[in-house]
Ligand binder design. Sequence first.
Ligand code: ADP
Ligand code: MG
Length: 250
Amino acid sequence: MQPDPVEGKPLVDIRGLHKSFGDLEVLKGIDLQVHPGEVVCVIGPSGSGKSTLLRCVNLLETPTAGTVRIGELEVTDPDVDIDKVRRHVGMVFQQFNLFPHLSVLRNCTIAQDKVLGRRGEEADRVARANLARVNLDDKMDEFPAKLSGGQQQRVAIARALSMDPELMLFDEPTSALDPELVGDVLTVMRRLAEEGMTMLVVTHEMAFAREVASRVVFMDDGTIVEQGTPDQVIGAPQEERTREFLRRVL
Ligand code: ADP
Ligand code: MG
């Protein structure tokens, strides 16, 4: 089942994407488009290739075959400028990976300095504005170890936003959090979605996917088995593999 075609040019255009690690074929031909302002949630069992898919979009992994485009940028061109890719794409991981020896504010300015050449007052201003967006402007002088996991993850989101990305990738951003801290992170992500950020989100939070996603993609064993609106894929799945997965997680 295919969703209604969305008008206009996709921001992310993935075609025939394959990725192998040695003999293990992890992505077996993925075709996926994400249009500006869309929130696409990727669901599926552990080991189905969801993280590898995201990592191929920002070149943390090199695809074995196929093409990935982000706007005008051909990510899979062997001569692509990786810094340029990273400037366009923000990524938030399950593990927050903050620099422990840097304050919250510095965590949000260091990449601006190194990648964009934006420093001093201007970088601070951007960082503060994004920390306010994740409700942490009162924590900018703290060090990460003083913050809860949920607060650290929100700093990681502010850090990514401080690069002015066109696209945000989230790989199970709430999976490492204590249950009572998940809500604050999802609230921030929901707000980003409402502001029109284009987002590709791997998540096990079915309620979030159901409410926020413009489209849900179900992956299994390196392929997209089914995609559509949340009501279609989560509410009325057509494929047995999707039904079986949802029975286990819902
Ligand atoms: P998911 O995020 O859906 O759980 P992953 O993309 O992390 O799945 O992994 C898919 C498969 O690829 C798994 O079998 C995993 O062990 C394998 N894999 C992922 N990264 C590597 C790697 N760097 N080297 C070898 N195998 C990998
Ligand atoms: Mg994963």
